[in-house]
Design a protein around this ligand. Structure first.
Ligand SMILES: [Ca+2]
Ligand SMILES: [Ca+2]
Ligand SMILES: [Cu+2]
Length: 297
């Protein structure tokens, strides 16, 4: 883990998507943060020691999913399927498939495996699974503000975790998607799917894979935008968190951060510290993982 001193930073961005705005100051106390996402090997150790069963492995209660097709009410997870050619980008069902039997050990479904993938981020974990791991490890999940502060690596206001330019000296600095999503991946960054953690240089705080590779769960519930910047320095929020759902969705959404290997500039420019998305807490997919923190006492 790496220790970050507390401080004040500009959270959010006014340059990209509306949910990232407005930019507003936030003050945080110091904390330790995992220098990389939790890996498949880490999660295997947790599952072995505790016998923990993830959300994707548990039988579904039809009462929780009124109107759902019965064949979808079997344990499983969302798996990305590259398409044969261009498809409409406004319907994610064109490339996400609910695969019965997909879970963290078989991330693409029956027949897939994490053998040989110890250093890859664990995926197919729902919020509750990430939370259970963190508790077992004696850690916690970061708030959105903590995660973003860490991802910025001290470069206040920069677009990316490494600066303002997407590609530096012709080098990709995160695992994202190059080419035409979701059918043609030119892999200029070396990887089609997830990549072993630490495959790219760390940010200014020595943290790897904050952006790209896998999205990461945070403990905040999702809001459509950030609170307004406060006028007076005295009133800058300290250690802000969104601890209860702000909407009446049947399944609440928490904030995920940092984008993934499926972010293509032409479709989703979210491999940035300010980027955010709401994800239903019971959802597990092949592009969401997490990392943990320990707050200063
Ligand atoms: Ca890639
Ligand atoms: Ca990441
Ligand atoms: Cu994306």
């Amino acid at each position: 883990m790496r220790h970050l001193d507390g401080g004040t930073f500009a959270m959010g961005s006014d340059e990209f998507y509306p949910e990232e705005s407005p930019v507003h100051r936030v003050t945080l106390d110091g904390f330790w943060i995992d220098e990389r996402p939790v890996t498949a090997a880490d999660f295997r150790r947790f599952a072995r020691e505790t016998g923990y069963v993830t959300v994707a492995e548990r039988p579904l209660n039809p009462d929780d999913y009124p109107g759902a097709e019965p064949e979808l009410l079997v344990p499983g997870s969302l798996v990305f399927r590259k398409t044969d050619g261009p498809v409409g980008l406004n319907d994610f069902r064109n490339w996400w498939e609910y695969v019965p039997g997909a879970y963290w050990k078989k991330p693409s479904g029956p027949g897939s495996t994490i053998n040989g993938r110890d250093r890859y981020p664990v995926v197919q974990v729902a919020y509750e699974d990430a939370q259970a791991y963190a508790t077992w490890a004696g850690k916690e999940l970061p708030t959105e503000a903590e995660w973003e502060y860490a991802a910025r690596g001290g470069l206040d206001g920069a677009r990316f975790a490494w600066g303002d330019e997407e590609v530096v000296d012709g080098q990709c600095l995160a695992n994202t998607w190059q080419g035409d999503f979701p059918w043609h991946n030119s892999k200029e960054d070396g990887f089609e799917g997830t990549s072993p953690v630490k495959s790219y240089p760390p940010n200014g705080y020595g943290l790897y894979d904050m952006c790209g590779n896998v999205w990461e769960w945070t403990s905040d519930f999702f809001t459509m935008r950030h609170p307004e910047e406060v006028e007076k320095a005295c009133c800058v929020p300290r250690n802000p968190r969104v601890a209860s759902p702000r909407s009446t969705e049947p399944i609440p959404r928490r904030v995920i951060k940092g984008g993934s290997h499926l972010c293509a500039p032409t479709y989703c420019l979210r491999y940035r510290p300010a980027a955010r998305q709401g994800e239903a807490v019971d959802t597990s997919t092949g592009h969401i993982g997490f990392r943990c923190i320990v707050r200063d006492a």
